[in-house]
Write a protein that binds this ligand. Sequence first.
Ligand SMILES: NC(=O)C1=CN([C@@H]2O[C@H](COP(=O)(O)OP(=O)(O)OC[C@H]3O[C@@H](n4cnc5c(N)ncnc54)[C@H](O)[C@@H]3O)[C@@H](O)[C@H]2O)C=CC1
Ligand SMILES: O=C(O)[C@@H]1CCC=N1
Length: 272
Amino acid sequence: MVDYNRKIGFIGAGKMGSALMQGIIKAEIVKPENLGASDVYEPFLNDLKAKLGINISTDNSVIVKASDILILAVKPQTLGSVLENLKAYITSDKLIISIAAGVPLATYENALPAGTRVIRVMPNIAATVSEAASGIAPGKYATSEDMKTALEIFSAVGTAVQEPESLMDVVTGLSGSGPAFIFPVIEAMADGAVLEGMDRKSALTLSAQTVLGAAKMMLETGMHPGELKDMVTSPAGTTIQGVHALEEAGVRAAFMNAVIRATERSKELGKK
Ligand SMILES: NC(=O)C1=CN([C@@H]2O[C@H](COP(=O)(O)OP(=O)(O)OC[C@H]3O[C@@H](n4cnc5c(N)ncnc54)[C@H](O)[C@@H]3O)[C@@H](O)[C@H]2O)C=CC1
Ligand SMILES: O=C(O)[C@@H]1CCC=N1
C-alpha cells in the first residue's frame, strides 16, 4: 500500500494537476496535510486549499523540499525552465513523476541529478471522478517499488497500466486526449435528439449515460465491441440506419485519424 504519511507534491495546479489532486483526496491515499501544490497562479492554489485543505505555495522549491513524491503537471513547453530551477532541490530520496505530454524520460534524467528516479505517466481528466485511464512507463533508475507506488496512485484515480515508453505517445493520443474526442460525440448525439424535439437537459443526460453504459458493458462483459453492436442492431430496424449514417460519414477513419494526429503531436512535443 502507498504509505498514507508519504508527502506528495504537485508542481502545476492547472486542469490536470487539480483533477489528480481531487481524485487522490477522494481515494484517501494521502492525507490533505501531506498533499502540496505550487503554481505561478495563486487563485488556483487558493481554490484548492479551500476545497481540499492541501498545502500551497507560489514557490516551487517549497513544495519540492516538502515532498517525497513530486508530480510534475506543467505544460511540456514550461518544463525545461521548471527542471532547471528545481534541479538543485531534487535529492536522491525523491521520486519524480511527470505527466507532461510527449517529453521523454531521458529529458528528465539528463536535466536532473544523476540517478534521479523518474516515472512518466499519461493520465486523463476523468481522474476528477476517479475514472482516469493512465499509462505508466518507468525511467532508467526507477525501482519496482517506485512502479508499484505509481501504479497504486494512478489506480486509485481510475485504471492504470504499465506501458513501454515507446508507446507513451500513443497513450497520449488515445486515452490522454480521448475524453475531448468523446465529449463532442455526446453533445452531437444530444443535438440530434434536440433537433427531433427533446429538451437539452434530458438529451444530454441520456446521451452521456448511453456512452457510460456502452463503455461499462464492454469492460464488464469482456465482449468485443462489434459483437455488442450486433446485439443492438435489429435487422431492418432503427439502429442499422444510424450505423449506416455513421459509416457514410467515415466515422471510423475520423476517430482513427484523431488518435493518430494526437499521437504525432505528442511525438513532436517531445522533440522540442
Ligand atoms: N489537460 C489534460 O487533460 C491532460 C494534461 N496532461 C499534461 O498535464 C500537464 C498540465 O496540463 P494542464 O493541466 O492541461 O495545463 P494547465 O495550463 O491547466 O496547467 C498548467 C499549470 O502550470 C502552471 N505553471 C506555469 N508555469 C509554472 C511554473 N514555472 N511553476 C509552477 N507552475 C507553473 C500554470 O499556472 C497552470 O496552472 C501538461 O504537461 C499536459 O501535457 C496530461 C494528461 C491529460
Ligand atoms: O492536449 C494536450 O496536450 C494534453 C495532453 C493530453 C491531454 N491534454
